[in-house]
Design a protein around this ligand. Structure first.
Ligand code: C5P
Length: 293
């Protein structure tokens, strides 16, 4: 089958907004500005939303949304794709515009950075489309302004993320690439702000380990408890995942409700996906693997 990028007309650019997964998410403290100081191991799935764009010579920014989760979103100025495009346009002071199409494959408000990944993909796409160079530090600042997870989504590779989300480090995180990962969402949207507000303010310690494997297995998601309090179905997803054979671990991502499980191999993942799909056909599942750089 030809690669989808090759089917696009020459003047149409395509980016994938890769799903983000917090393999570990340690909440350390509430900051004076209301955000929380985090330490998190971010990985990205090999799948995500699709964004395509072509230049608009009138300078307008236009967005249409299609795909399985399109109805959950508004394509107006508050959409993160629109906000990212406007922010870059303003920063550059450019006359150029873009006609964008977002194919929404990922559930909305679900802890896997859908909106953040869309914003980051917009920045990447427009830098290419408008053929401009933006210093990485400037792009990172624009990204952070759009959301705490957006800086990490710009590169969409495995990283240790700290601070509010702006401190990124890639040292010592190799070894997870290609690992089969099953993502499951029970169909409940949860508000990130509400989940953070429910955190019990107990610092359970830093994200630290001497190997990537231990970082994965000894990590936790401190938002699981407050998220489950708001959306009890998350506990059902975790129980279902933990009952499957051949998994390394199952955990919630971000502020939920999406949970993920890392599997030893594709066969184990496929069996688990089939079993969960048969038992809970209303749940969203995605078989993927951890993306490499
Ligand atoms: O930065 P973003 O707009 O994506 O964050 C959404 C909400 O998540 C914030 O309003 C805040 O309540 C919470 N948050 C937080 N600490 C962070 C990131 C997000 O409290 N580091």
């Amino acid at each position: 089958m030809p690669h989808p990028d090759l089917e696009a007309p020459a003047d149409l650019l395509v980016e994938t907004a890769y799903a983000k997964v917090n393999v570990a998410l340690h909440v350390r403290r509430r900051r004076d500005d209301g955000y929380h100081a985090l330490e998190s191991l971010f990985v990205f799935a090999d799948h995500g939303d699709r964004l395509e764009g072509e230049a608009d010579d009138e300078g307008a920014i236009d967005l249409v949304i299609d795909g399985p989760f399109a109805t959950a979103l508004d394509a107006g100025p508050r959409n993160l794709v629109m906000r990212a495009a406007k922010a870059l346009q303003d920063y550059l002071g450019t006359e150029r515009g873009a006609r964008l199409r977002l194919t929404k494959m990922l559930p909305v408000a679900s802890g896997i950075g859908g909106g953040s990944a869309d914003a980051a993909a917009t920045l990447r796409l427009l830098v290419r489309l408008w053929d401009v160079r933006v210093e990485p530090a400037e792009l990172a600042a624009l990204a952070l302004d759009l959301g705490s997870d957006v800086p990490a989504c710009v590169a969409s590779v495995t990283q240790i993320v700290s601070g509010r989300g702006e401190e990124l480090a890639r040292h010592g995180v190799a070894g997870l690439e290609g690992r089969p990962m099953l993502m499951v969402n029970p169909g409940v949207a949860v508000s990130t702000a509400a989940v953070f507000a429910g955190w019990d303010r107990q610092d359970r310690g830093p994200l630290s380990a001497d190997s990537i494997e231990r970082l994965v297995t000894q990590g936790r998601n401190d938002l699981e408890e407050p998220a489950i309090a708001l959306a009890p179905a998350i506990a059902d997803v975790l129980a279902m995942l933990n009952g499957q054979a051949g998994l390394t671990l199952a955990r919630m991502s971000g502020s939920g409700a999406t949970c993920f499980a890392l599997f030893d191999d594709d066969v184990a993942m496929g069996r688990a996906a089939a079993a969960i799909g048969a038992d809970r056909p209303e749940w969203w599942t995605m078989e993927t693997r951890i993306r490499s750089a």
